[in-house]
Design a protein around this ligand. Structure first.
Ligand code: PGA
Length: 248
């Protein structure tokens, strides 16, 4: 499976978000074989976007979560609130959150809460310090059976800069990340997915996604432009078709 996650960050009003969600749904129209598409709008748009994507193949994700189901955490959004609004994925520890003061310890606390108190699928983000990060976030973590973990590797200098990492280098790092995550969590290979993020667009998406070690991409700015996003979803679909047709 390949996965395309759209991180809209702190952009778009409600009406624009709904329109872009419709466009994301349209990218899957007529495709039998298609990647898992997840869109992560701003929290203010989650409710309306949910009404749009419900019963479609587009899943809804949140850009962050508080460390509990609900409670005295001013400004945070609780796990029960995210479930209530229809999210099924949640990004944790994005580099822009880290720049705002979140640490690997915070990410670990939130990740543990996601597993203990919700059915959301977490997508943890790590940058160049991924080795130290994974140790802090994952060592000794209790992951319930049948839960999944997605890990997005996003080198800080590749985010929003147009300076994307070479696909081969990304694939090598993702393979190492998956191995390390398996050692730390004892999760099965099937329950872990690793994604590359950082200046992914319609021109380079295919190069990343065709690498077997790359389970998906986390897309920021290109996910806000309909044609770009369509190109990325099409690239993932082409890769899936090509890989399905390979002789055993
Ligand atoms: P970008 O952002 O695609 O604009 O580089 C990626 C991200 O921040 O997740």
């Amino acid at each position: 499976m390949k996965c395309v996650i759209a991180n809209w960050k702190m952009n778009l009003g409600i009406r624009e978000s709904v329109a872009l969600a419709r466009a994301a749904m349209a990218t899957l129209q007529g495709k039998e074989l298609a990647p898992q598409v997840v869109i992560c709008p701003s929290a203010t748009a989650l409710h309306e976007v949910r009404k749009t994507v419900v019963r479609s193949r587009v899943a809804l994700g949140a850009q962050n979560a508080g460390p509990a189901r609900y409670g005295a955490y001013t400004g945070d959004i609780g796990l029960s609130q995210l479930e209530d609004v229809g999210a099924s994925y949640v990004l944790l520890g994005h580099s822009e959150r880290r720049a705002a003061g979140e640490t690997a310890e915070h990410v670990r606390e939130r990740l543990q809460a996601v597993y203990e108190h919700s059915s959301l699928t977490p997508v943890i983000c790590a940058g160049n310090a991924w080795e130290a990060d994974l140790r802090t976030i994952l060592a000794g973590l209790t992951v319930p059976l049948h839960r999944r973990l997605l890990i997005a590797f996003e080198p800080e200098d590749a985010i929003g800069s147009g300076q994307h990492l070479s696909p081969v280098e990304a694939a090598e790092t993702l393979a190492a990340i998956k191995l390390r995550a398996r050692e730390l969590t004892h999760m099965s290979e099937a329950s872990l997915a690793v994604l590359y993020g950082g200046s992914v667009n319609s021109s380079n998406a295919y190069q990343y996604l065709r690498e077997l070690a790359v389970d998906g991409v986390l897309v920021g700015s290109a996910s806000l432009r309909v044609q770009e996003f369509r190109g990325i979803v099409d690239a993932a679909t082409d890769v899936l078709a090509a890989q399905t047709n390979v002789w055993p």
